[in-house]
Design a protein around this ligand. Structure first.
Ligand code: ATP
Ligand code: MG
Length: 553
């Protein structure tokens, strides 16, 4: 897109910083905690951080914020790396906050020596009580007056594993009356006798987020540390720690997180959906995870376009999932090959087509991209068409098949319905037509004009497949804001399986992730999990038009 876009507020800050030569080069980072799979909200942060690095000729690090050994796992580290690469970004360095544990420990010693940190034996409840309230100052305790020597020794003992979990903590000594509660002697270290996925048993004390994040930024000389709005109250502490330690002055900036309709975005909630089997896995195509969207057939370009369109704001809002789907359609319309698939098949027999005859017709691969050329499609007198393309009684403005009505078979002939058959239960089982031999697409001399065109596949030439249609995972726009458990708003009809679908043969050879438009039916891709042992399973990525907004009215 060549349209001029105005700068977002972070770009304005960066441009001014570069102009005043505050920095020669900017360095940003994307700092995921490896405790779950990335979701579309993370994509916003990735596009922002990596996008700024690219735009301003800077660098962007990937830093795993792995300071809590309890919930973290290498499975998550691997998936996060895969997802960022898939989105199309490259990190300058791969770092881990846990690589800095020695350095952070030294920083803690510096604070203790400056009389700015102390070991506290209070319980979590006692500490919470002593902190006061936003309108009432906190009260100190006896531990606050410990000497530097005493603190150094106790902190060493903490590290040496002499105490049980929760017995002692290290706190910064700042200001118990500060209106910002985060400045009232925040915790810096806690004891956790838990092995870490990278440092093993080396440590039994782990730094808190606030004592790891800013210090890691500083170690890496991050110039613009971009995080979401909930970290605004942490900024005073971020600056205080960097100042007191006299280390590289990274700066924190906050933007609004992405919220999207009909889904949930927190890893904790997504984990519940997986663990309680409301979905198949983290990469279930209904999940708002990057891996789920990839499996469903969303493209990196469509996700980047979405992140670009939503922009960067300072205030939280709710983005319609319809915008994401719009972006997916925009991209797939250009890139998806067109094929025919009959999702709900019924037989169509052409009574005047010579018995046993076959023809090879041609049809465009993608009319939006003529350079993709044509494909061959086999035609015969025995076809499958969609059940919904036939009506026993044609009402006004019905341009598809009905007794006596004519329709064009896409890229083939015009047919006229002469009869239909029913079984004992009254279900229609077969439609009988006659074709007009002179009406062949591309060389039509019939002089007939028909309004409707329908898709079809030749019975003898069709491959069999299963198709999975997806709907919103939740019935309400914002399940997290509703009363009670968010899971009580799950849409039980979010997955519909069509077991009996007929497709053009060559669709068998596409790869998972390759986009296909099944003409008139939407965009699809081959599912990489359920496609096996000769069984083909397609996921519908998105419909051709936005049916949801219409139905909601
Ligand atoms: P969650 O609440 O889903 O667990 P998180 O913020 O704890 O998310 P992190 O792994 O800490 O997840 O996030 C890595 C980066 O992604 C952080 O900088 C965070 O601010 C950003 N991020 C997380 N969720 C969103 C979102 N919904 N919109 C924009 N950025 C987000
Ligand atoms: Mg987090």
């Amino acid at each position: 897109m060549s349209e001029e876009k105005s700068l977002n507020f972070i770009e304005e800050i960066i441009e001014s910083d570069l102009e005043t030569k505050k920095y020669d080069q900017i360095i940003t980072r994307f700092p995921p905690e490896p405790n779950g799979y990335l979701h579309i909200g993370h994509a916003k942060s990735i596009c922002l951080n990596f996008g700024l690095g690219l735009k301003y000729n800077g660098k962007t690090n990937l830093r795993f914020d792995d300071t809590n050994p309890v919930k973290e796992d290498v499975e998550y580290v691997d998936s996060i790396k895969e997802d960022i690469k898939w989105l199309g970004f490259e990190w300058a360095n791969e770092f881990y906050a846990s690589d800095y544990f020695d350095k952070l420990y030294e920083f803690a010693i510096v604070l203790i020596k400056k009389g700015l940190a102390y070991v506290d034996d209070s319980t979590a409840e006692e500490i919470a009580k002593q902190k006061g309230t936003p309108t009432e100052p906190g009260t100190g305790n006896v531990y606050r007056n410990r000497t530097v020597e005493e603190n150094l020794e106790l902190f060493q003992n903490m590290r040496d594993g002499k105490y049980a979990d929760g017995e002692k903590v290290l706190r910064a000594k700042i200001d118990l009356a500060n209106p910002n509660m985060h400045m009232r002697d925040p915790l810096l270290y806690r004891i956790k006798h838990v092995p870490h996925h990278r440092t093993g048993d080396k440590w039994c004390i782990y730094p808190m987020y606030d004592f790891a994040h800013g210090q890691s930024d500083s170690i890496e000389h991050i110039t613009h540390s971009i995080c979401t709005l909930e970290f605004i109250p942490h900024r005073d502490l971020y600056d205080w720690l960097i100042n007191q330690l006299g280390i590289y002055p990274s700066k924190q900036y906050e933007f609004a997180r992405l919220n999207m309709t009909y889904t949930v975005m927190s890893k904790r909630k997504l984990l519940q959906l997986v663990e309680e089997k409301h979905v198949e896995s983290w990469d279930d195509p209904r999940m708002p995870t990057i891996s789920g969207m990839r499996r469903r057939g969303y493209t990196p370009a469509s996700i980047r376009m979405f992140c670009d369109k939503i922009g960067v704001q300072k205030r939280e809002n709710m983005i319609s999932v319809g915008l994401l789907e719009f972006c997916v359609r925009e991209d797939l319309n250009k890139t998806a090959i067109r094929r025919m698939a009959v999702l709900d098949p019924i037989k169509l027999t052409i009574s005047n087509y010579p018995e046993g005859k076959e023809e090879i017709l041609t049809s465009e691969n993608n009319p939006e991209m003529p350079e993709t050329g044509n494909r061959e499609v086999a035609f015969s007198g025995n076809l499958w068409i969609e059940r919904e393309d036939f009506r026993e009684v044609a009402e006004k403005k019905w341009f598809r098949l009905a007794p006596g009505a004519m329709v064009r078979l896409k890229s083939a002939y015009i047919v006229k319905c002469t009869d239909f058959k029913k079984d004992e239960q009254g279900n229609i089982t077969e439609i009988i037509c006659e074709y007009i031999p002179e009406s062949k697409s591309g060389s039509d001399t019939s002089g007939l004009h028909v309004k409707g065109t329908i898709h079809w596949v030749s019975q003898a030439h069709a491959a069999h497949a299963e198709v999975r249609l997806y709907d919103r995972l939740f019935k309400v726009e914002n399940p997290s804001k509703e009363e009670g458990d968010f899971k009580s708003y799950i849409n039980e009809h979010s997955l519909e399986i069509l077991p009996n679908v007929y497709i053009e043969q060559e669709v068998k050879n596409v790869k998972p992730g390759e986009p296909i438009q099944f003409i008139r039916k939407g965009y699809f891709t081959l599912d990489n999990v359920h496609t096996k042992d000769g069984k083909l399973v397609f996921n519908r990525t998105v419909t051709l038009k936005d049916n949801w907004e219409k139905a909601a009215k």
